[in-house]
Design a protein around this ligand. Sequence first.
Ligand code: GLU
Length: 449
Amino acid sequence: MGRTMDEQNSPVRVRFAPSPTGHFHIGGARTALFNWLYARHCAGTFILRIEDTDRSRSSDEFLHALLDGLRWLGLDWDEGPDVGGPCGPYRQSERGAIYDGYRHRLLDAGHAYERDGAVWFRVSSEPVRILDAVHGPVLRREEKDFVIVRSDGSPSFHFANVVDDLSMGISHVIRGEDHLSNSSKHVELYRALGAEPPRFAHIPLILKTSGPGKMSKRETGSLVDEYRARHFLSGALRNYLCLLGWSPKDDREILPLADIIQCFDLAGINRSNARFDEKKLAHVNREYLRRLPREEFLAHALPVLREGMGPERIGDGAYAASVLAICQEKVRGLEELPDFCGHFFLAVPCWEEGLRAKVLEESALRLEEFLAAVEGDCPFTPAGLESLVVELARAGGHGTGDYVHPLRFACSGQSVGPGLYALLATLGRERVLLRLRRFLGREIQDLDP
Ligand code: GLU
């Protein structure tokens, strides 16, 4: 049953082996990703194996959420539940007969014995040397025999894990550092089964954004679904997760997936813990948004805007598309869109009264001047509007900012947003006239939309 030399030279076979006992965690996603990247880098095989021997804690709901999360991240598996493969079944709960066979082999060879209804593995007294791709050589000795089959007949985690890795021909075990201490048990089991253990790579823990301690599943921001619900781009999250414990030789942070696959190797994994940095993730996400082709940006952004503002306000999409086009460069995340540009879809913006009074007190005259010019026949393009403001400022001995800031507030109710001239041109003359007149307190029933 041990792998032959030929099989050891066979292509890389790696697996992600989650237990569906909770929501899909960032740490799990990172482990899946590193395995997937390594498989793709080596033109090997990525296997998904479900470690659901703990029936009371595993649920189909968690399993489906997990598969869905992996798909969203673009991590497709070559073998696993629902795609099948030569080493199935890929759910431990369906592999009882396989564990029985291995249990007999260990009992027959004297590597295991029965006591109190359970089957125990007899550890050797020799220290075990693990050559870990991240940690280097690690020497550990197992002091105590351990259970491989519980008295109710169910396999223990260590036993099922090793039997599966062996019978699925896993070449590299890439998993969280919290499993490093289990590896000596696993190596002993491999040896007892007459097989060479796989190569190990125990990847660093993920620490929470601030303070000591690892990011637990209860931490806000620790679940993949949270980012999905907040409309993060899956490619951005994937790119960011790569950086948690790995970096390319050229230290680039934002890389196309093809480049990541090309550069990814186990030697590039750091030994030190990785800190989860929400700000950096937001930055990567923003860079991804900016780089999206316009059509793709619209495909992501329009539904978010519709959901946030109500589809009836957003209309057929042509105006919304022109609004979104000028927001792509500026918005920090899709989830901000309704706040960032929702005013475009209201009759007039909501002005904060205190600020409105202040802007009126300081700038009403300049807004009146601008309004009068727009009521005339100023060309309503970004360039035309800019020349107008420059001219008004020059004539009145002001800076352009003395117009830009109050105009932005009067026309959008905000102090940040797309470039002012693009904003005005996109609103269009009628909306700008209405907003300015309302802001200046004029009665203008007839222009109400
Ligand atoms: N089911 C284990 C876990 O989720 C897998 C450990 C391994 O990858 O070997 O931690």
